[in-house]
Each structure stands twice: as structure tokens, then as C-alpha cells.
Ligand binder design. Structure first.
Ligand SMILES: *Cc1c(COP(=O)(O)O)cnc(C)c1O
Length: 393
């Protein structure tokens, strides 16, 4: 493509983004995703300050967990300090041990692989599916057929000799992964599934909330997610034993007692403080409305970008209802940087995909599928668009 054509496409793209979010040229800076506090945030946080219950005990943590379970349909929710900690605990609870391998998407935020490393385990990187942007179950099954075998010790990578202990699909930018396909693969290879549902609060797959399909799931409430607790996360599970164990380990493995400080394991200081949970209760009340407005915004992007030649807006996969956490456009490879320049230069924050995890220095020598061509192609074409829910009003 000629320089002039790329520049022209980038300008048309920036115009389409501006129309989708209802802004006139010359507008102030538009962030990728802003939190929104229009509910009971001030009331609940003030209650923490007024009563002095700001830290590791208080009514909002239990209340937040109850509401989170009710909203997602998970039997149990355990609130922790961030999504990465949630993922770390979920992996430990799924039985991941030192020296194991864990299947993770190469197209993900670095925390997915870091949580594996925290367990002294090794990430094993998996190819993406162009329809969901998440793990491709067909390609994963074929890969395991090539490199793995099921035996007495579970699923073994014949090349490394290590046990493959779990599979961790991620719902990319809120779009549900092919859970049906992946559950079948997990079952076939005897692998527990841990969902990285950090980005998908409010997303559903065949009517059921993301994060309720695996043995456990991790959700994030970081400031840029669909709802925030400042910093925070949660583990979802339907297993009461795992839920109790998770809660115990997240609060320094302290045995319940009115005054004794006794601990029965190397626990973690991962419990969500009450003041953050207060914010969480207020935010969670608004999540259904956030989802509706984000879906309305996605529809506007779909319409506006349909007119831009060579650009594809990524819509929710079939059978899924996405929260459209971050909207995604795929642009012709050679125009990506022009589009990034034109939008950011016009005060519209856009961002390329994460650098693929298997190429990061600390994960470069980890096992990976031989062919990660789809993830590589997505990385070269993907652009995240401004997605704050206020633009869906
Ligand atoms: C945000 C995120 C996390 C981690 O959540 P934090 O709360 O930031 O620790 C993990 N995985 C994915 C895919 C995320 O987007």
C-alpha cells in the first residue's frame, strides 16, 4: 500500500472512532477505559471511614463475595487483592506444582503467564482462534496429540518429560472463548481448567457466566476493567472445599480463633481490604448497566467501521454474549502503526495487542506450539479502541 493510501485509511479510521464515541474534532483526551462512579461509591466508602473498618475485616468483603456469586451464578467467590493473586491461588488450588507445565494463550496479558511462574511451573504457549481471539481448541487438541500422552502421572509432555497440570483459557477483551470445545479437550486429556476471566465480568457463554465453567476462575477489578475496586480480584468456584481452602490460604492460613495467632500452612496476604470491597459493592450494582452501555457502544463501532475498507470490527463469537470490555478492530498489517499514530495524535487513545508472551525475554525458552501464526497475525493487526461505558449512553 502506498504511503498516501495508508495515511488516508488512518484518517478515515480516526473519523469513524470519533463518530462512534460521539466526539467532535478538537475534543479533549479520550482514554482507553475510564472507571465510572455514579452509584453508591461515596456512601459505602464513607461508611468504612466512619466506622474504622477499612482493612482486613468488615462487612463489605463478605457482602461483595455474596453479590459476586449471585451475579455470576458461581457457588462461591473469594475476594483478593488483585486478579494476578486470584490467578496464582486458583492455579495452586487446581493442583499446579513446581516443575509442572500449564497451557496458557500466548495472546494474553503477562499476568496469565506470571501466575504460572509464581507456582514454580512453566507456561506452555497455545495458539489463538481468529473467531474468539482466545485459545483454539482444535489446534490445541492436535498439538497435545503430537506432544503429549496420558499416563499414571496424568498428562505428560513427551518432549520435556514434565507433567501438564492445567489449561488456562482467557476470555480476550471480554469475548468468551470456545468453552465447549476447550472443556472437551480438557476432559480428553484429564486437565483441570482454570479460567482467566479477568476481562470478562458480565460476559456469558451459552447463557452462563464466564468463570463458572472451569474448576476455578480468576476475575480482576483493576482500575481499567469493566468495574473496579481500585485494585482487586476474586476467585470463583463451585467447589465448597476449594473455596474454603482458597479463603484460608488468602488470609495467611490463620486458624480461626478469638485470640491465638496460629497458622497451619505458608499462606498469603491476599485478602481484599474492606474499603476496596465497599467500592466493589457499589460498582457491582452497576455492572448490568455497564454491560448494556458497552454493548451499545460496540454496536456503534461495528456500524462506523463497516465503512472503512480492509478493517474488521471484532464482534462477539456465536453463542456468546460479550461484555465488550475493550473493543477491537483488525486493520491491514501495513497500516497498523499509521492508525495508531493518527488516533493517538488526535487525542483518541488506542493501543496495539500485548506483545505475545512467548516472545518476552523471561518466557522465550518456554514450550510453545510450533505454529502460533494466528496469534502472530492478530498481534500485527489488532487495535484496541476507546471503550469507556459512558460512550454507550
Ligand atoms: C487484568 C488482567 C489480569 C490481572 O489482573 P490484575 O488485577 O491487574 O492483577 C490477568 N489476566 C488478564 C488477561 C488481565 O487482563
Amino acid at each position: 500500500m502506498a504511503d498516501a493510501d495508508r495515511t488516508a485509511l488512518a484518517a478515515v479510521f480516526a473519523d469513524a472512532v470519533r463518530r462512534a464515541i460521539g466526539m467532535a474534532p478538537g475534543h479533549p483526551f479520550v482514554a482507553l477505559h475510564e472507571p465510572e462512579f455514579r452509584g453508591h461509591e461515596w456512601d459505602y466508602v464513607k461508611e468504612c471511614l466512619d466506622t474504622g473498618w477499612v482493612s482486613t475485616a468488615g462487612k463489605f468483603v463478605d457482602e461483595f463475595e455474596r453479590q459476586l456469586a449471585a451475579y455470576t451464578g458461581a457457588a462461591h467467590a473469594v475476594a483478593v487483592v488483585n486478579g494476578t493473586a486470584a490467578l496464582h491461588l486458583a492455579l495452586l488450588m487446581a493442583g499446579v506444582e513446581s516443575g509442572d507445565e500449564v497451557l496458557v494463550p500466548t495472546l494474553s496479558f503477562v499476568a496469565t503467564a506470571n501466575a504460572v511462574a509464581y507456582c514454580q511451573a512453566v507456561p506452555h504457549f497455545v495458539e489463538a482462534d481468529p473467531a474468539t481471539l482466545g485459545m483454539d481448541p482444535v489446534r490445541l487438541d492436535a498439538w497435545l496429540e503430537e506432544v503429549a500422552e496420558r499416563g499414571m502421572r496424568g498428562c505428560i509432555n513427551r518432549r520435556s518429560g514434565r507433567r501438564i497440570a492445567a489449561v488456562v483459557p482467557m476470555h480476550t477483551f471480554g469475548h468468551p472463548v470456545d468453552l465447549g470445545g476447550l472443556l472437551a479437550v480438557a476432559e480428553r486429556w484429564g486437565l483441570p481448567m482454570v479460567e482467566d476471566a479477568a476481562e470478562s465480568l458480565g460476559s456469558r457463554y451459552k447463557g452462563r457466566h464466564c468463570g463458572t465453567f472451569g474448576r476455578l476462575a480468576a476475575v480482576s477489578f483493576n482500575g481499567n476493567k469493566i468495574m473496579t475496586t481500585g485494585g482487586g480480584g476474586a476467585i470463583l468456584t463451585n467447589d465448597p472445599v476449594l473455596a474454603a481452602r482458597t479463603k484460608h490460604l488468602s488470609s495467611t492460613a490463620k486458624k480461626p480463633h478469638p485470640w491465638l495467632f496460629e497458622h497451619d500452612a505458608v499462606g498469603f496476604n491476599y485478602r481484599l481490604p474492606n474499603i476496596n470491597a465497599a467500592l466493589g459493592c457499589a460498582q457491582l450494582e452497576q455492572v448490568p448497566a455497564f454491560v448494556e452501555r458497552k454493548r451499545a457502544l460496540a454496536e456503534r463501532y461495528r456500524r462506523e467501521l463497516a465503512g472503512v475498507e480492509g478493517v474488521r470490527f471484532v464482534s462477539e463469537p456465536e453463542g456468546a454474549r460479550s461484555n465488550y470490555w475493550l473493543n477491537v478492530a483488525l486493520v491491514p498489517e501495513e497500516t497498523r502503526d499509521d492508525v495508531l499514530r493518527a488516533t493517538n495524535g488526535a487525542n483518541l487513545m488506542t493501543r496495539p495487542a500485548w506483545t505475545l508472551l512467548h516472545t518476552l525475554p523471561m518466557y522465550r525458552s518456554c514450550p510453545r506450539m510450533d505454529d502460533l501464526g494466528v496469534a502472530e497475525s492478530l498481534e500485527r493487526r489488532l487495535i484496541n479502541l476507546p471503550s469507556s461505558s459512558r460512550f454507550g449512553d
